[in-house]
Design a protein around this ligand. Sequence first.
Ligand code: LRH
Ligand code: MN
Ligand code: MN
Length: 430
Amino acid sequence: ANGPALTLDQIGSHNAERIDALAEDYAALDRQLARRGVDIAQVKSAVATFSVAVPSWGAGRGGTRFAKFPIPGEPTNIHEKLEDCGLIQQLGQVTPRVSPHFPWDKVSDYAALREEAANLGLGFDAVNSNTFQDQPGQAHSYRSGSLSSTDADVRAQAIDHNIECIEIGRQLGSRALTVWVGDGTNFPGQQHLGRSLDRYLDAAAQVYAALPGDWRMLLEHKLFEPAFYSTVISDWGSSMMAAQELGPKAMCLIDLGHHAPNVNIEQIVARLHKAGKLGGFHFNDSKYGDDDLDAGAINPHQLFLIFNELVEAALEPRTGFDPAYMIDQSHNVTDPIESMLCSAEAIVGSFAKALLVDREALRAAQESNDAIIAFRALRRAYDTDVAPIVALARAEAGGAIDPLALYRTLGWRERKAQERNTVGLGAGIV
Ligand code: LRH
Ligand code: MN
Ligand code: MN
């Protein structure tokens, strides 16, 4: 079996060259934060406990409806994807789990796959089902929907697939099923808006019934694409309604790109938390739609505000508050390993910044309706460069002080280009 890609020596000598400068920056930040009444060590230990899962599908180069431009050495199957994710984890030490997608990641022996991942230092996060595409040899088409189809045989096939995903996830040590359906319409009148939701709820309840006791079912809403007039689970309202109807194990998952432009996502976080239904995230960023750009690349302030709500939520936890953090991105122009390293850093950095908010000052300003001081409490935290905290936490966990720089010295893609099959050209999201 393949073991870790990097030797401890490689990381050790990389860090040795950088640790003195990092220690200086950390000490300066320590003094600055101490003046603000913040204990840097506490922030660093909270950062050290944070993790976010990477998507198996994000390890390959993404594409659009128009084209995909593969790179030499990109992974072509789950084994190679795990290898790349293992390297990301070794370098960054914040992404110890992979979220798989089925049937894309289908293999014949899942116990062996779990072991293969473990040898690379990885576990598995939520399993994602796929009833938004037809697969070769499939009995019924999803062209008119899946869990909400008007055809009972199609619904049964979609239910079976989700139950099969749970079964696979069980073998992989996963504890959540993420369900996103592409179901919806392109024309007013195409489907009965109420009845399609009823059919979805009925079918989803059959999937829910197959969940093991300690599992969660994460419902992912999305307002458009591939359906461009209406989708069945279009927004957090429909998602929450469905989660409430299904039961306590059903929770809502927020994919940041699945909203109309300028929607206040941080408020959605607060609302779902209030209802005890905040299940998890697919982190990414977007400018126009479900762009699947790298987390924090377009609107890092929004990412910070979302983490600010998560820190608030943790201070007033509801039953079952334990959101699943996952990345969901499409890397069309970058090396996916580099994108995921940088995105994970942006995500954990936003968390670190949210921890710096002076909550007492914020609360007092909120209570006295002092808008500018309330905003300043947030802005001060957002403006702080937390890189030394994140880098030191990473180095102490065994990762690289500058993961991207170390990755660039490895010649990883060049080596993999010799070993791996070439990816075919063509359109497609993965
Ligand atoms: C849908 C989505 C969903 C899918 C993934 C490939 O847009 O965000 O999470 O499973 O993309
Ligand atoms: Mn998603
Ligand atoms: Mn999406």
